[in-house]
Design a protein around this ligand. Sequence first.
Ligand code: CA
Length: 228
Amino acid sequence: MTRVLVVEDDPQLVRALVINLEARTYDVDAAPDGATALRLAAARQPDAILLDLGLPDMDGIEVIEGLRGWTRVPILVLSARNGSEDKIRALDAGADDCMTKPFSMAELLARLRAATRRSDTAPPAAAETALVTTDEFTVDLVAKKVRRGGRDVRLTPTEWHLLEILISNPGRLISQKRLLQEVWGPTHGSKTNHLRVYMAQLRRKLEADPSHPRYLITEPGMGYRFET
Ligand code: CA
């Protein structure tokens, strides 16, 4: 069965897409924002992603860049904006195809078939295991396992959630607020001391020199970044 991740914040369009895709025996997951999309893409390993560019929490281009850090899954962009500039940016960032809203469902399904056909015949990419490897440790985003020095590293669910967000966005600054809201919930946006504690724990488990981190970088007053 082909699994599709629909990333779209318009509930009516999501409903229409889900009904049409499921009627053609696709297995569908839906994400209403970019952060959920990045998490679901790692957890569910879709065969294709339909991505709206105008999302409530981040630009769709950022989602493409985050995904392309570790996967070559076909990405079909749904853009509400008619200009070609957005499409060029999306394709440059790694999208496979673009459609402008409103679009015909028949055309969308045809393009989706084409995108998944292309990826079926492409040579398998090493990245499809969603393995992120550094000189110090390896993270398997699908199996949710971390290995270091030939041994499994045990992480708490909170530590894993933080690490997963950072690793899914290689090289990108993730704000303290976003990490807090995603991991602890929407009312915890200001508890930066939580973050400091958990980041210190992660560094102790993953960094060769936790006081001089090489991979889990603090941007003072702003947030954190996973450096590859
Ligand atoms: Ca939108």
